[in-house]
Design a binder for this molecule. Structure first.
Ligand code: DLL
Length: 437
């Protein structure tokens, strides 16, 4: 009998040679294309338009012949028009709302739930979760895939799972401490919030048993990781996913903390130039695209995620051979254009986290005054700031101004705020309020 942890770490897939992986992906891609062509009307229409038959797709090298899928396609087919399996085979439905329009719906067959549990379990195993761990899930449960995804993964490993869901910070901290949680799963911004509230709640991090966690659902910087690890005394790893493709676990960081391993036996990643839509080589930044190759309910072909990152095929010291994706810089639709310069909130975060005396709680406001874009960044002061001498505060402000300017090439007005005054989020953090228009 294999040990449960051996079973969740699947070297036969995670450490495959490139040629074996491509053979497996090709076989699974052929089956998926066949499935969607025969069962999903929008895919048949798309392929017919390109004069493609399933038999034209023999291997992964034919992937680029296939048309892309975008969020709009899913919304057009709302709610269930992208199913490739009969409705009676769908056992769970999730949906994401985004900022505009209809929900994007995803239906899962039992096979898809099993795939999701497998990738989530492999991911949590990378964060050190074993059968003996106690996993506290503070992602929201519901249509959002965070809560149930982490839950399925922890359950598959056989860990004790605490389905805390999001919200009620004091209760979260009490449960974490009293139950002796070893691993925390929530958004990185909420984890930072939990960390900064420990002292306020009259608790001591020394009384907690946390050793690790899987944090994702929003972009976060390496500097934010350092802060999170310092606050919670853990290894904080990045978990990535999106509902359309499966949920959390599509890719996961290993203990090397340098990029997320894509679960390539289930999803084929590509990077494309978002303007020309041409595939880009390893190391070039562009839009991440995924093709699912083991799902049956709602498989997606060349789904454009809008997430900007790079892919790398460099060998990882952990022994896994899968392609790694870099940290997501942001979504192309979250990019701000300020006085003609493209700015991502993650770049601003990286700049301000270089300055001591400020906390990771910030909000970016963008206005247009006399046809000029004005950016203001409100940042909370760090609680450890011993002195509130005007000259010290001025020095911090100037340092943040100069870091932001040199990181993104755009000046910003900096406002230092009292600790606890910037609105906290229990799920995905809202970092930008754009008041232009
Ligand atoms: O956020 C699934 C998830 C839950 C992932 C919990 C990780 C942990 P959606 O709500 O569909 O699904 O949002 C997907 O969130 O396209 C990215 O823009 C962003 N995102 C997710 N994980 C990360 C991450 C979930 N680790 C969208 N880093 C994606 C940066 C992330 N962005």
């Amino acid at each position: 009998m294999p040990k449960i942890q051996d079973y969740i770490y699947r070297p036969e897939f995670e450490c495959m040679s490139r040629s074996e992986m491509e053979a497996l992906q090709s076989e699974r891609l052929r089956k998926t294309v066949e499935l969607v062509y025969n069962n999903c009307k929008p895919y048949r229409a798309k392929m017919d338009e390109c004069k493609l038959k399933p038999s034209d797709i023999r291997s992964v090298s034919d992937l680029s012949k296939l048309p892309f899928t975008v969020k709009h396609d899913l919304r057009e087919a709302y709610p269930f028009g992208f199913y490739s399996s009969p409705k009676s085979d769908i056992v769970e439905v999730h949906a994401s709302s985004g900022t505009t329009g209809k929900l994007t719906v995803v239906g899962y067959t039992q096979n898809d739930i099993d795939v999701w549990a497998e990738i989530a379990a492999r991911s949590l195993a990378m964060a050190g979760v074993t059968k003996d761990s106690l996993v506290h899930v503070a992602y929201g449960y519901g249509l959002f895939t965070g809560g149930l995804g982490a839950h399925y993964g922890a359950q598959k490993i056989g860990a004790s799972t605490v389905p805390a869901s999001a919200g009620n910070t004091i209760r979260q901290l009490t449960l974490l401490r009293d139950f002796g949680a070893t691993h925390l799963c929530c958004t990185p911004s909420y984890a930072i919030y939990l960390g900064t509230e420990i002292e306020k709640a009259g608790m001591d991090i020394g009384d907690f048993s946390l050793v690790g966690g899987a944090f994702g659902a929003e972009p976060w910087t390496y500097q934010m990781r350092d802060e999170l690890e310092r606050l919670l005394h853990i290894d904080a790893l990045d978990i990535y996913g999106l509902s359309e493709i499966s949920g959390p676990g599509v890719s996961m960081e290993c203990m090397q903390k340098h990029g997320n391993h894509v679960q390539e036996d289930h999803f084929i990643p590509e990077i494309i130039d978002p303007e020309t839509l041409e595939p880009l080589p390893f190391g070039c930044e562009g839009e991440l695209v995924f093709t699912t190759i083991t799902k049956t309910g709602q498989p997606l072909i060349r789904y454009r995620t809008r997430d900007l990152c790079t892919l790398s095929n460099e060998r990882c010291a952990c022994g896994r051979t899968s392609v790694k994706m870099s940290k997501v810089k942001g979504r192309s639709d979250d990019m701000l254009i300020i006085r003609g310069v493209n700015v991502f909130p993650s770049q601003i975060e990286a700049a301000i986290m270089n300055v001591s005396g400020v906390s990771p709680h910030y909000m970016i406001y963008v206005d247009r005054v006399n046809n000029l874009d004005i950016m203001e960044i409100d940042i909370e002061l760090d609680g450890n700031l011993a002195s509130d001498r005007i000259s010290d505060l001025e020095a911090i402000k100037r340092k943040v101004e100069s870091e932001v300017n040199s990181y993104i090439g755009v000046s910003a007005k900096i406002k230092l705020c009292e600790k606890g005054t910037i609105k906290r989020s229990e799920g995905k953090a809202v970092r930008v309020i754009d008041r232009r228009d």
